[in-house]
Design a protein around this ligand. Structure first.
Ligand SMILES: C[S@@+](CC[C@H](N)C(=O)[O-])C[C@H]1O[C@@H](n2cnc3c(N)ncnc32)[C@H](O)[C@@H]1O
Length: 197
């Protein structure tokens, strides 16, 4: 088996890691949800050696992700856990949660499950950092996002799709996760930073 490669990860991993360095200056335990290929986990664990990075995803992604993790030989990068936001939440002690490109990939009901699970894990002041595309006032922010949304609904899940920022902010607030920052990222993506209150 060859290491799975996401070209998008190769493009966005450096800007994501730069932003995380500013947001997470202190030693911390972080859970990543929907780690996919594991490239963000490896790249960010290397760039943020003070953060213990716990990748997770559905079981089918673990073998590929392990190839990256085993090759990286990083003390602060753990083996992936099985975490399906709709079903299985391991008991964990974490300070922060990160996820990239998952919220548009899943149905709104799963986003609610994700936020509910995250708020249970976090202590007050803990951060939930979310990378990906969002709509603003019901409008796509680029032609690329229009095409991505069409592809998601036809090829991934008819209930998937890019979510509106205001809806995400409201669903998060219902779980005591308050939007404290909203950073522009390359290719019309955002880094949304929520804090547990
Ligand atoms: C577009 S990929 C993003 C992967 C990676 N984070 C990245 O940015 O390249 C979406 C990820 O969400 C995961 N995912 C889908 N449904 C999920 C669920 N119910 N619970 C947890 N992860 C899920 C998929 O397995 C996949 O790895």
């Amino acid at each position: 088996m060859q290491k799975p490669i996401s070209e998008a990860c190769l493009r966005n991993q450096a800007p994501i890691a730069e932003a995380l360095k500013k947001l997470l200056p202190k030693a911390a335990q972080l859970l990543e949800i929907g780690s996919g290929t594991g490239q963000h986990a490896v790249f960010c664990a290397k760039e943020l050696p003070h953060v213990v990075w716990q990748p997770s995803d559905l079981a089918q992604h673990h073998a590929g992700m392990k190839l990256w993790i085993d090759e990286a030989l990083l003390d602060n990068l753990l083996n992936p856990l099985e975490l399906d936001v709709d079903q299985s939440w391991p008991a964990l002690d974490v300070d922060h949660v990160f996820t990239a490109n998952t919220v548009h990939y899943i149905a709104v009901s799963s986003v609610v499950n994700m936020f509910t699970g995250i708020t249970r894990l976090l202590e007050k002041e803990g951060l939930f950092i979310m990378y990906g595309p969002v709509n603003i006032n019901g409008e796509y922010t680029s032609e690329g996002n229009v095409r991505l949304d069409e592809w998601l609904k036809s090829c991934v899940n008819p209930l998937a799709g890019i979510k509106d920022l205001a809806d995400l902010e409201r669903l998060a607030k219902d779980q005591n996760l308050i939007l404290i920052d909203n950073l522009a990222m390359p290719a019309n993506n955002r880094l949304l930073v929520f804090q547990k209150r």
